[in-house]
Design a binder for this molecule. Sequence first.
Ligand SMILES: [Zn+2]
Ligand SMILES: [Zn+2]
Length: 105
Amino acid sequence: MPAMPKRFKRVIEDFVCFNCGTEIKGGGYTDHCPNCLWGLHVDNNPGDRASKCKGRLKPVGAAYDGFGYMIEYECLKCGAKKRFGASENDNEELLISLVERSGAV
Ligand SMILES: [Zn+2]
Ligand SMILES: [Zn+2]
C-alpha cells in the first residue's frame, strides 16, 4: 500500500458517520451527517471545534425558519442543547419528521 501523500493540514475534514456509516465530504460547515442528521459535540460556538466533549449529538427536533431548517440537538454525553442550520443536501424527509416531532410547523 503506497504511503499517503503528505498533505497540508486542512480545517475541512472528511469523516465517516459514526451512526449510519455515510462518508461525508467536509464542506467547511459540515457539523452533522446529511443522511441521518446525527452530529458530534465538537464546537462550543458553531465551527470553532473548541469543545472537549466529543459526545454524540442526537437530532431531537427541527424548525423551519423561513430561510432553512434549524436542527435541534441534545448531546448524549453532557446533555448540552445545540442548534445547527441544516445544509442543502441534508435528508429532507428526516428533517420534516423532526419538525413534526417537535410540534413546530
Ligand atoms: Zn449518518
Ligand atoms: Zn457534549
